[in-house]
Design a binder for this molecule. Structure first.
Ligand SMILES: Nc1nc2c(ncn2[C@@H]2O[C@H](COP(=O)(O)OP(=O)(O)OP(=O)(O)O)[C@@H](O)[C@H]2O)c(=O)[nH]1
Ligand SMILES: [Mg+2]
Length: 225
C-alpha cells in the first residue's frame, strides 16, 4: 500500500480550511499536512482542532515556500505519493483518486491536474485568457507542453518530490515545477480536474492582472539574463 500525503498551503483560509480537511477525510485521506503560511486569522487553530499536521511559517513567505515546507515534511514522514491541494475549497477531494492513479500504477512521476481538460466552473473570461497565455509562456521558457500551467492540484511520486527543487517562494513555483520536470526528465501526464470559482475564491484568489504580471516577470527574467 502506498502512503499518500496531502499537502495544503494555506494563507488566511479560516473560512474554508475546516471543510477542506473534513472532505479529505471523508474521501479516506488521513495523512494531511497544513502549512499555515503566516496567516493572520484562525487557519492554524482550526486545522489543529481537526487533528492534522500543522506547520507554521511565522511570516508569510508565499505558496511556493509553503509547499516546499510541506513536501519536505511529507518525505520525512515516509510518503510514497504527495498530493498538493489548495485550502480555498476550489478543488474536489474525490478527484484525488484519479490524480494519484498514474503514480500508483508506477507509470508516471508527476501528475498535473488540468482545469482545461476538465472543468473550470464559472471562471472569469480574463482569467481564462491569462491562464492560456501562461501555457504559451511556459512552453516558450521551458519547452514543456501542458494545457494548464498554474494548477495547484498535482501528485508527485516520492522520487519526483525528492528531485524537484522549489526555490521560488511565491507564485512562480508552478512554472518552476514544470521547468524541473523537463530538466530532470520526470515522466509526467495531465488529468482532467475541476476547479470551482466560488465568490469567495474569486475575491481571495489571484486576480487576472496578478497572473498576467507573473507571466511577464518570468519572460523578462529569461530575456534579460
Ligand atoms: N495568495 C496566496 N496564497 C497562498 C500563500 N501562501 C499559501 N497560499 C495558498 O495557496 C493556495 C492557492 O492560492 P490562490 O491565491 O487561490 O491561487 P490560485 O488558486 O492559483 O488562483 P485562483 O485560480 O485565482 O484561485 C491557497 O490555498 C492559499 O491559501 C500566499 O502567500 N498567498
Ligand atoms: Mg485559488
Amino acid at each position: 500500500m502506498k502512503r499518500i500525503f496531502v499537502v495544503i498551503a494555506a494563507y488566511n483560509e479560516q473560512k474554508t480550511i475546516g471543510k477542506v480537511i473534513m472532505d479529505l477525510r471523508k474521501n479516506g485521506y488521513n495523512n494531511i499536512i497544513v502549512v499555515d503560511d503566516g496567516s493572520k486569522d484562525k487557519t492554524s487553530q482550526i486545522a489543529l482542532k481537526k487533528n492534522v499536521f500543522v506547520l507554521r511559517h511565522k511570516i508569510n513567505l508565499g505558496q511556493g515556500a509553503a509547499l516546499k515546507t510541506g513536501i519536505d515534511f511529507a518525505l520525512e514522514k515516509g510518503a510514497d505519493i504527495i498530493v498538493t491541494f489548495d485550502a480555498d475549497g476550489q478543488f474536489l477531494s474525490k478527484e484525488i483518486q484519479k490524480v494519484i492513479l498514474p503514480i500508483k500504477k508506477d507509470k508516471y512521476d508527476v501528475v498535473l491536474g488540468s482545469r482545461f481538460l476538465g472543468t473550470a466552473k464559472n471562471i472569469p473570461i480574463l482569467k481564462k485568457i491569462v491562464l492560456k497565455l501562461g501555457v504559451v509562456v511556459v512552453y516558450m521558457l521551458y519547452g514543456i507542453k501542458v494545457t494548464d500551467s498554474q494548477n495547484g492540484f498535482r501528485a508527485l511520486s516520492r522520487y519526483a518530490a525528492e528531485n524537484i527543487e522549489i526555490q521560488n517562494n511565491r507564485m512562480e513555483h508552478a512554472g518552476e515545477i514544470l521547468h524541473q520536470i523537463k530538466k530532470k526528465k520526470l515522466k509526467f501526464c495531465e488529468v482532467p480536474i475541476t476547479v470551482l470559482y466560488s465568490e469567495y475564491a474569486l475575491k481571495k484568489g489571484q486576480s487576472w492582472s496578478n497572473s498576467f504580471n507573473l507571466g511577464m516577470k518570468m519572460l523578462w527574467k529569461k530575456i534579460s539574463r
